[in-house]
Design a binder for this molecule. Structure first.
Ligand code: ASP
Length: 307
């Protein structure tokens, strides 16, 4: 068994146009999520348990673009995408365009653990949820008044201007457990006023996240179409495999996103030694870290580009 570090949980609440009046709510939401995830790790739970618990908490918090309170698509409905990956076995589960599941990260875990498939979408994913006893909800219960207002504003602009600047408040978590296993998860409502059926990077293995005990775990946020084309989650993890510390790999990934495609985003990276990396070129990125010796929730700003 190769050397590994003590348990660490690293979470994010998205990178992008996080407005001033939501900063405190984001930081509070991250702290609650870290408490939930850390409780798992502290009692010897697995990295997958910790990632799931942290993300369920963020999905249930109406501030983030995940689960309840997510952005609305062009039909005025919430459509959710999520993925989870186990770095020990490389097992992965993804779900896309799900409308009636309150916690898509739970559904992604069910896909990972109880089906031979890796990815299920839309009606098929919802049928799978029903057969596995996951509670189903009415889409309206996932719609917040704030997002309903944003939707009305975006609809007014459609056809005149491009839709309002996409918010990037996807959530994600990566964890290292006491056994030395890594896991990664990401959950999102996608981009503001997205076309029905659009799926971004967040639920795609290798794009919005990746985990491999041999190297690192990563979770991403930002312009999904660009992140997918660069397969940026796997790219960042491969940098760690090649010898980069996680912070250098995170910086290089964001450098590539900006330089190659002129796009914005952020990511968190954690390796088997417990070393962390966080980088963003967006206006703001919300993230936090918890271990036996660290406990921080941070709203980092960027002067790279405030557009
Ligand atoms: N990456 C997400 C998506 O494209 C959006 C975000 O991170 O806010 O679906």
């Amino acid at each position: 068994v190769s050397e590994h570090g003590a348990p660490v949980l690293l979470v994010h609440g998205g990178a992008g146009h996080i407005p001033d009046d939501l900063v405190e709510a984001y930081l509070a939401g991250l702290r609650t999520a870290m408490d939930a995830g850390w409780a798992m790790l502290a009692r010897g739970g697995s990295a997958v348990d910790a990632v799931e618990a942290a993300i369920v908490s963020l999905e249930d918090d109406g501030s983030f673009d995940a689960g309840r309170g997510s952005v609305l698509n062009q039909d005025g409905r919430v459509q959710l995408d999520a993925m989870i990956m186990d770095g020990a076995s490389l097992a992965a589960g993804g779900v896309g365009a799900v409308e009636t599941v309150r916690n898509p990260i739970r559904l992604a875990r069910l896909v990972m653990e109880t089906s031979p498939q890796v990815y299920l979408v839309a009606a098929g994913a919802e049928r799978f949820a029903a057969t596995h006893g996951l509670p189903r909800v009415d889409n309206a219960t996932l719609v917040s008044p704030r997002e309903r207002r944003r939707f009305e504003a975006a609809r007014e602009l459609a056809g005149v201007d491009p839709p309002a600047a996409p918010v990037h408040d996807t959530v994600g978590a990566v964890a290292l457990d006491a056994e030395g296993n890594l896991a990664s998860g990401t959950s999102t409502g996608g981009t503001t006023y997205k076309p029905v059926g659009r799926i971004g990077d967040s639920s795609i293995v290798g794009a919005g996240g990746y985990a491999d005990n041999d190297s690192a775990a990563a979770s991403l946020t930002g312009e999904g179409e660009a992140i997918m084309r660069l397969v940026l989650g796997k790219w960042a993890v491969d940098r760690v495999a090649a010898g980069d510390p996680p912070q250098a790999a995170a910086d290089a990934a964001i450098g590539r996103l900006g330089a190659r495609l002129g796009a914005h985003g952020g990511l968190i990276v954690l390796d088997r030694l417990g070393r962390t990396g966080v980088a963003s070129n967006a206006f703001r990125m919300a993230w936090g870290v918890r271990s036996a010796t660290r406990s921080d929730a941070v709203m980092s700003g960027s002067d790279v580009d405030r557009g």
